[in-house]
Design a binder for this molecule. Structure first.
Ligand code: MG
Length: 206
């Protein structure tokens, strides 16, 4: 089914296609096509002006977001210096350097933020989502959207047998998903698209 849905995703600019190819060859985890197309529709409904992305990688999703909402600005955090450089190059090639700011930083350390965000997208180290939540969701405006990618972790969060080296990450994601689902200030939906997306609207009180 995934190939069928992928084939229905509209054609992308050559830069995005080249990035998809690079990611595939080098095993760089970028968001899956059906997921990014879903987020594109969602972003056009929500129309955020300020987006915070946790986990830039090569800048693929940031470029998609910027294209989807032409008047938004994006701040994106990335821990790897190599990825930061590659992302900046791609963003420059996409002519989006004035709207996408890549910050070389370990997102676990938090960030000084002066203005609230309309959307927070979490897509970095899967074992650290709770930390990211605690740092950044307080800076999401009421009515803002929190989107977390990879929350089903190739189905491992529902499997009873998980490879040993994935157990900590899987358990942490299970705790995180439960936390989102039960949070009194969030309205959350888990969408089994791509690698699983958690979609939350923030109410008062975080
Ligand atoms: Mg992802």
């Amino acid at each position: 089914m995934i190939h069928y849905i992928e084939a229905l995703v509209p054609d992308r600019p050559p830069l995005l296609k080249r990035m998809e190819e690079e990611a595939r060859k080098e095993f760089i985890p970028i968001i899956q096509l059906p997921s990014i197309q879903f987020l594109r529709v969602l972003l056009q409904l929500h129309r955020p002006k300020r987006i915070l992305e946790v986990g830039t990688a090569i800048g693929y999703s940031a470029i998609w977001f910027a294209n989807a909402v032409p008047d938004c600005d994006i701040v994106t955090l990335e821990i790897s210096e190599e990825m930061v450089n590659r992302a900046r190059k791609n963003i420059e090639e996409a002519n989006l350097s004035d709207r996408i700011t890549v910050i070389h930083r370990d997102a676990c350390e938090g960030l000084e933020i002066d203005k609230p965000f309309d959307l927070v997208f979490i897509d970095a180290a899967k074992g650290q989502y709770m930390k990211f939540f605690n740092h950044y969701v307080p800076h999401l405006r009421t009515g803002g959207l929190l989107i977390c990618d990879n929350v089903l972790l190739h189905g491992m969060v529902v499997d009873s047998i998980v490879p040993r080296r994935k157990r900590t990450m899987t358990n942490r994601l299970r705790v995180f998903n439960r936390f989102l689902a039960e949070h009194p200030a969030l309205e959350t939906s888990f969408v089994p698209i791509g690698d699983g997306i958690a979609l939350c609207i923030k109410r008062e009180g975080i």
